[in-house]
Design a protein around this ligand. Structure first.
Ligand code: PMV
Length: 322
């Protein structure tokens, strides 16, 4: 559904409302879990929205994908949505009953685009709206993290931060700040269609680091250095060097064990189409790939090349100077 239609729905219904958007990690996934820095960008064209209405004599119900399911019967893959709802209701002292929560999401799930954090934000903000209450950014972050721990064990907090951010952010150990962008650039996101699990991917990296201590630490340190270099290139608008850092990060992530043949196919197609750099984004083992372009025409070319290499969808994100 297009963003405009989402907003039309939001306005029409007059229910308590919350929303958040997708995110893409430019640099630093996985190494961020070990305290290294990361850069994330909002993807505002992909959004999740939640509306809450009061209903009578009912458990908390969710309406999504054309089905109505009670909070106690949500399938395991939606456990983090139940956790976000319960955390927010508890925070505002609301009873866990008599609510209908409608969810609409344009963010592909389990694709490395922050879908679980975005839905947690949307539900929490809708509960806040229902309670007519307020949340500081720190309280909001903690509530989303509670849900994210259910979704993937030991989340760094990057997704919880980036799915609310208005522009590119630098994130390290729970703290973040906005980043400068020296020149307009375009990021093409290509979806491999392979659905991974963040916790399995995080465990895979842990396995590598535990069994190859020296090399593992070296790769994590390298990813941290590449991220810091990327911050400087982003600020200067040096797309060529930024792309080189992305390519180097892809090699390190591959060696850490979170690559996938579909990722390699899209990365190769993007580079052959002239992308300055291309790498996986998010947890890997499938999910999405990002590629950097210096013009919208070039971004179109890269998107076509990715579709030719069996991407199931692509999205182009403008990264504006700031
Ligand atoms: O694939 P996503 O959107 O869940 O991103 C996960 C990013 C990781 O660095 C792999 C994990 C984390 O908690 O930061």
């Amino acid at each position: 559904m297009a963003t405009g239609e989402f907003y039309a729905l939001a306005n029409e219904q007059g229910a308590a409302f919350g929303e958040a958007h997708a995110k893409s990690i430019l640099m630093g996934e996985h190494s961020v879990v070990y305290g290294q820095p990361a850069i994330a960008l909002p993807v505002t064209s992909l959004r999740t929205m939640a509306w809450i209405d009061r209903v009578e004599d009912s458990p908390v119900l969710f309406s999504m994908d054309g089905e109505v399911i009670s909070i106690d019967e949500l399938p395991n893959r939606f456990a983090s949505i139940a956790a976000a709802t319960r955390a927010a209701l508890r925070k505002f002292g609301l009873p866990e009953q008599d609510l209908l929560i409608r969810l609409r999401s344009g963010i592909p799930p389990a694709a490395g685009l922050g879908g679980s954090a975005a839905v947690a934000h949307a539900v929490i903000d809708a509960v806040r709206d229902l309670a007519d209450g307020a949340l500081t950014e720190a309280e909001r972050f903690e509530l989303v993290q509670e849900a994210e721990r259910v979704a993937h064990g030991n989340p760094s907090g990057l997704d919880a931060t980036a799915t609310r951010a208005a522009g590119p952010v630098y994130f390290q150990r729970g703290k973040f700040h906005p980043l400068r962008v020296g020149k307009k650039m375009w990021l093409v996101i290509g979806d491999t269609g392979v659905r991974g699990s963040t916790s399995i991917a995080v465990a895979r990296v842990r396995g590598f680091v535990d069994s190859h201590r020296v090399r593992g630490q070296q790769l994590l340190d390298d990813l941290g250095d590449l991220t810091d270099a990327a911050v400087r290139h982003l600020a200067k608008g040096d797309i060529t060097r930024l792309g080189q850092r992305m390519n180097a990060a892809q090699s390190a992530l591959d060696e850490l064990g979170v690559g996938h043949e579909t990722i390699s196919d899209l990365v190769t197609a993007a580079r052959l189409a002239g992308a300055s750099g291309a790498k996986l984004t998010g947890a890997g083992c499938g999910g999405c790939v990002i590629a950097l372009a210096d013009s919208v025409d070039h971004a179109d070319l890269i998107a076509h090349a990715m579709m030719g290499a069996n991407a199931v969808a692509t999205w182009t994100v403008e990264v504006n100077p700031s």
